[in-house]
Design a protein around this ligand. Structure first.
Ligand SMILES: Cc1ncc(COP(=O)(O)O)c(C=O)c1O
Length: 400
């Protein structure tokens, strides 16, 4: 009898975490390494939020809570959806989990049966396909190329839907490309979904607040009220409020689905951390003046990174609408040889050679379902980004 499960054999460890770990190891060994792999803001959690958590500890809010969230937080989430997205939800349509990751996972675990297909636009966040596999479903990646700015077209979505399609996962702005769908682009996808009433929509709005220029964030249930009854709108405080370590995410949807997700959570982790829930309550109900300056900083960094990467030989870097990632294409580097003698056959070899020869850690595109590319997370100081991009430019210039 095998000790390890068949379920485990279906999934692989997160490549983004693997790159971050490798960069940390090299750093610990004394190498001069710049990590552009981690998907988290480099800011501290705002002070008012930290103070709310301290008050919660001192007030003894340290016990088990209701499995899927304290009532005050659920109410604050309902108010957030009404205020920011024009969406009306009641508290029994809200679930709170240990990070956005857990709410997405709960939804898939609660609904996927063997044979059920989940459409995932690629490039995708690395966890979607593996979470679908863990839940027993079948991921169906559909590649959106650089020609359409990494956005799925309505025709592609229509062609991917089969009688077995259970979910369509939608993520805008996207990890790893930063691509954000305009209102018109999302409207066109919603029109396709209206034709297929058996397909549910999982909208991962994690990067809602990180949008630039005059881009307007929209979410499917908001654009098309007829989709409300089959949409799970997912969000969290990790990225917008620099709270990745606190582990609070939430989702809103039909009561029966939310209840089913709570059942899964009740038998795995129970409630998300009590103190973190009070911190998230402050994040959603307290001053929001942290968001705009934050956006400005990220926008400046995006512009810096896009212009420096486009100046590198063999690299084409589109300018995304949001998040804190860019996803440059490296077709012009493939087939060349590095100064240390490595033949760049694909994006994984490129990322490995870049790390070994220049100390810059990025995540290779194959991990996100579209090659040859790599992902840069620019959630780091401007000077560090300038140094990293200069090293990338020099690396590309040295390829022959
Ligand atoms: C698109 C997307 N969704 C969800 C998550 C999960 O966020 P959390 O840290 O709240 O679990 C991430 C984190 O990287 C993400 O990029």
């Amino acid at each position: 009898m095998a000790f390890l499960s068949d379920t485990l054999a279906r999934v692989k460890p997160s490549p983004t975490i693997a790159v971050t770990t490798k960069a940390q190891e090299l750093k610990a060994a004394g190498r001069d390494v710049i990590g552009l792999g981690a998907g988290e803001p480099d800011f501290d959690t705002p002070e008012n939020i930290r103070n709310a958590a301290k008050r919660a500890i001192d007030a003894g809010k340290t016990r088990y809570t209701a499995v899927d969230g304290i009532p005050e937080l659920k109410k604050a989430i309902c108010e957030k959806f009404a205020r920011e997205n024009g969406l009306t939800y009641a508290p029994n349509q809200i679930t709170v989990g240990t990070g956005g990751k857990q709410t997405l996972y709960n939804a898939l675990m609660a609904t996927c049966n063997p044979g059920d297909e989940v459409i995932i636009p690629a490039p995708y966040w690395v966890s979607y396909p593996d979470m679908v596999l863990l839940a027993g479903g079948t991921p169906v990646p559909v590649v959106a190329t650089i020609e359409t700015d990494f956005k799925l077209t309505p025709a592609q979505l229509d062609a991917a839907i089969t009688p077995k399609t259970k979910w369509f996962i939608f993520n805008s702005p996207s990890n790893p490309t930063g691509a954000g769908y305009t209102r018109a682009e999302l409207r066109a996808l919603c029109d396709v979904l209206l034709k297929h009433p058996h397909v549910w929509i999982m909208s991962d709005d994690m990067y809602e607040h990180l949008v630039f220029d005059d881009f307007e964030f929209t979410s499917p249930a908001q654009i098309e009220p007829k989709l409300y009854d089959r949409t799970l709108t997912c969000n969290g405080v990790s990225k917008s409020y620099a709270m990745t370590g606190w582990r609070i995410g939430y989702a809103a949807g039909p009561v029966a689905l939310i209840k089913a997700m709570g059942t899964i959570q009740s038998q795995s982790t129970s409630n998300p951390c009590s103190v973190s829930q009070y911190a998230a309550l402050e994040a959603l109900t307290g001053p929001q003046d942290f968001l705009a300056p934050n956006r400005k900083i990220f926008q400046r960094r995006r512009d810096l990174v896009v212009s420096m990467l486009n100046a590198a030989q063999g690299i084409t870097c589109p300018k995304p609408e949001g998040a804190f990632y860019v996803y440059p294409d490296i077709s012009g580097c493939i087939g060349k040889t590095s100064a240390a003698g490595t033949k760049i056959t694909d994006d994984e070899v490129f990322a490995t050679a870049l790390l070994e020869e220049t100390g810059v850690a990025v995540v290779f595109g194959a991990a996100f379902g579209l090659s040859p590319n790599f992902r840069v997370s620019y959630a780091t100081a401007d000077e560090t980004l300038v140094e990293a991009c200069t090293r990338i430019q020099n690396f590309c210039a040295s390829l022959s």
